[in-house]
Write a new protein. Structure first.
Lengths: 444, 390
């Protein structure tokens, strides 16, 4: 990062820092007391457990960001002319927000990509404010019935970027489902609709108001996607040893890949994708530990052939002790070759055979405070590593070191800032694609 | 609850068991590696690939690699602007709308006056033959780096070495033992074996010297038609016998001039990337294929009963075999001209042969020229009886 761009980033951060202070005189909206900390082995972050009070609740958040990426905001080397360009680099590396949007995915004129890219914030290498997400959650618990309905609609203002130009804003239904809890005596829930992933643990942190840091890991693209289908959650408490076992299984259109890679809203093969996680949790007085193994299998939903299968296997661990939180996850992904590729952003020539192995370790320390509006300060760091290759294409190995700080103000405002040091270790050309990003989240 | 669960299970099973909707065909690519693998698995030379893509019978392995030694490039016979040509087939694509040129880096010791100095014999390829994005059509880029210093694209790009984009280059990645065989059916040349680099590992290839191809925007390779003759047999089925095909010069009906030198003599500078078109012949069509000739046997093998009865006695006189050899395998719509030796001779007689793109476009109805989903790499190794030189 150059001195000039760093100055721009600092100015932007200061603006974000001042914003909540300016608003401090305004009345703070009431916060839903049931808004949870991310709790692994629940059915997922959303929705929170039914609480007392109104059967209808409306919650949400606004995520405003400021980010600056190096270079042109992509991971493409200027002189790289291979076809497709996105096979030989990690286009997800320069992420700027909790949705994993890259600063840019523009390959430039005359260069071809094949649909292995994230959504784009369209800011290129220029420092820019972003309205990352306006989220509206509506929950309705049917009085006197073990049934609850939930919808999460997100407004995503975007710009296509210089050159292409134009408004790329989307209104996105991220979740919409009904949940039945048939037995009062059992932690058993059946959800049908557009639901959260059940693979691993990172999907629990998808939302900006929940995630410790800002950007998702380098493997989040495989594990954190929502999809349409059904899932069943069951948890068995073993109280004498402060433990519980849980099983979370789902059958959906697209499995757990994110929507930009595999469209979740229609089944392109006619066969569902199965996924699940088996978890163990220890809730001792001074130590909480959660372990899990996950798997996914079925036809890949970015092409029409049932014989083009995808498999993913993963393991995860979360430990919390004395204000220190450790999260780690590892995943292996195998995808067979399929027919013409179709994703949420268009059609592409082929769904190439693909393999990936990767994981991350995140360490966070949260210090609770009572200093005016400041309630908590969290410092965190994460190490990501990813090795992946398309058939016949150069395998690439990349890693990322992320460091950041988070301030929780009152109960409704979160300010986060982080720096992503992206490194191309093998295969991919070395590019300047580090990112400074920040996020101001208002929950309501 | 139990009833509802059972109903849901039945619903899912019923849905999965319902009639499956037809799916678009999967794009397929066969390289020389695949052909050797098929042979190694016991496939005979008559085994064909790309059988369901519009070309009746598909592309036989024996038209790519010799069915006996599995290493010699097969040389096929065709017509280009009425001249006999020989060509090899190194790749077959099915259901590809387009293929792409990929960068290929050639280390040079220097650059002077717009010319490369000390070009390496070991190019650095950017894509492997296993990728569906592979093609043997490379955008050659000279890179000023000492030979052997870089063996991968990453090293080239990270090194920030001076790059000089140049012309296209046709080089099929191939098993190390593949090349033109010593016993080719006709004088053949131009195919040079070599070894380059891909991702730091040796990458054998067969390079062809003269096969200019157009590179369209987004690195798409311009395709040119190659015409295969198709007969309709007694059962109404399309059959493509192994008679010479016709190499085109440009897009259909574009009347693209043929590549000739300054004296108007045909050169081998035809495209190497072809889209196969079926030319569905009317029942009157006949092949110049006297009894016992190679095209006669090809027609017999294919079960095509279109034997001409119009041959004059001097035409089938063994003493004149050499004179009529150049007419063997040529197709006419009216075989009355087969009655005299003078008429039969190509370019000299009055037989109207379908031996050029212009002749086909002129004499065959447009709806009988049918685009297939098959494209091929077919560089020329012989032009008008002479071997192509490297």
């Amino acid at each position: 990062m150059t001195a000039r761009s760093l100055r721009s980033s600092v100015v932007g951060l200061l603006v974000l820092l001042l914003a909540p202070a300016a608003r401090a005189q305004a009345p703070v909206p009431a916060v839903d007391a049931t808004e949870p900390e991310p709790i692994n082995d629940s059915e997922g972050y959303t929705p929170p457990p039914e609480g007392a009070g109104s059967s209808l609740s409306i919650n949400g958040y606004i995520d405003v960001g400021f980010a600056k990426a190096q270079g042109d905001g992509t991971s493409f080397a200027p002189t790289d002319t291979r076809v497709p360009l996105d096979y030989g680099v990690d286009g997800f590396a320069p992420a700027v927000n909790s949705r994993g949007d890259a600063a840019s995915t523009d390959p430039g004129p005359g260069r071809t990509v094949n649909g292995f890219l994230p959504r784009s914030a369209g800011i290129g290498g220029r420092p820019s404010f972003l309205l990352n997400t306006l989220d509206v959650d509506i929950k309705y618990a049917v009085p006197g019935a073990p049934v609850m309905f939930f919808s999460r609609v997100q407004f995503l203002p975007r710009f296509f970027g210089l050159g292409d130009g134009g408004d790329g804003t989307r209104v996105y239904v991220e979740q919409a489902f009904g949940r039945l809890v048939p037995f009062d005596s059992q932690e058993l829930a059946l959800s049908v609709g557009k639901i959260d992933s059940v693979f691993g643990i990172e999907y629990l942190d998808n939302q900006a108001n929940i995630r410790t840091g800002i950007t998702p890991s380098l493997i989040a693209r495989y594990t954190t996607g929502q999809s349409v289908g059904a899932k069943l959650f069951y948890r068995l408490q073993i109280a004498p040893i402060w433990s519980a076992l849980s099983l979370n299984v789902a059958a959906t259109n697209s499995g757990t890949f994110i929507e930009v890679l595999q469209p979740p809203d229609a089944n392109l093969t006619g066969a569902p994708v199965a996924s699940g996680r088996l978890g163990y949790e220890l809730n001792a007085p001074v130590l909480q530990a959660k372990l899990g193994v996950s798997a996914m299998a079925g036809p890949r939903n970015d092409q029409p052939e049932r014989s083009a299968d995808q498999r993913a296997y993963g393991a995860d661990v979360r430990i919390a002790v004395a204000g220190i939180y450790v999260n780690a996850e590892y995943v292996r992904v195998n995808e067979g070759q399929g027919g013409q590729k179709t994703t949420s952003v268009g059609t592409f020539p082929f769904a190439s055979a693909f393999w990936a192995r990767g994981g991350y370790v995140q360490l966070a320390y949260a210090l609770a405070l009572d200093a005016g509006p400041l309630r908590k300060v969290t410092v965190y760091g994460r190490y990501d590593r990813r090795h992946a290759w398309f058939e016949g294409y150069t395998p690439i190995t990349v890693d990322r070191i992320t460091g950041g700080i988070r301030f929780d103000l009152w109960e409704a405002v979160i300010l986060k800032a982080e720096y992503l040091d992206n490194r191309e270790l093998a295969g991919a050309p070395t590019v300047a694609n580090n990112v400074f990003t920040s996020s101001l989240v208002y929950s309501w | 609850m139990r009833l509802a669960s059972g109903a849901a299970v039945l619903l899912v099973i019923g849905a999965l068991g319902a009639c499956d909707q037809p799916r678009p065909p999967r794009p397929r690519l066969w390289t020389l590696f695949d052909v050797q693998d098929l042979y190694a698995d016991g496939a005979p030379g008559t085994y064909a690939v790309a059988k369901d893509a519009g070309l009746p019978g598909g592309v036989a392995l024996s038209t790519m690699l010799d069915p006996v030694d599995h290493t010699s490039l097969a040389v096929q016979w065709g017509w280009a602007e009425g001249y006999a040509v020989g060509y090899t087939t190194t790749e077959v694509w099915a259901y590809f709308d387009e293929v792409w040129a990929q960068p290929m880096y050639v280390p040079v010791t220097g650059w002077s006056g717009g010319m490369a100095q000390g070009a390496s014999e070991q190019p650095i390829f950017s894509v492997g033959a296993d990728s569906l994005f592979y093609s043997p059509f490379w955008q050659m880029i000279y890179v000023e780096v000492p030979d052997g210093t870089a063996t991968s694209v990453r090293e080239i790009l990270d090194g920030k070495f001076p790059l000089h984009p140049a012309r296209g280059w046709t080089a099929a990645l191939a098993p190390a033992d593949v090349g033109l065989g010593p016993m080719s059916a006709m004088p053949s040349g131009g195919a040079v074996m070599g070894t380059g680099w891909f991702d730091g590992a040796p990458a054998p290839f067969v390079k062809f010297p003269v096969a200019p191809f157009g590179i369209l925007p987004d690195e798409v390779i311009e395709e040119v038609p190659i015409f295969h003759f198709v007969f309709v047999n007694d059962q109404g089925k399309w059959v493509a016998p192994a008679i010479p095909s016709v190499l085109g010069t440009g897009p259909l009906y574009a009347h693209t001039p043929a590549p000739v030198d300054t004296y108007g003599v045909p050169t081998p500078q035809y495209s190497a990337y072809w889209r196969v078109y079926d030319v569905v012949l009317p029942s009157s069509a006949r092949v110049f294929a006297p009894d016992g000739s190679a095209p006669d046997m090809a027609l017999t093998d294919a079960g095509v009963k279109v034997r001409s009865t119009a041959y004059g006695t001097d035409v089938v006189d063994p003493a004149n075999a050499a004179r009529v050899a150049d007419a063997l395998g040529r197709v006419v719509l009216n075989d009355a001209c087969f009655g005299s030796l003078d008429s039969v001779l190509p370019r000299l007689g009055n037989c109207l042969y379908l031996d050029s793109q212009r002749a086909i476009e002129t004499m065959i109805a447009q709806n009988a020229i049918v685009r297939t989903e098959v494209t091929v790499t077919c560089p020329l190794v012989n032009i008008n009886g002479a071997a192509v030189t490297p």
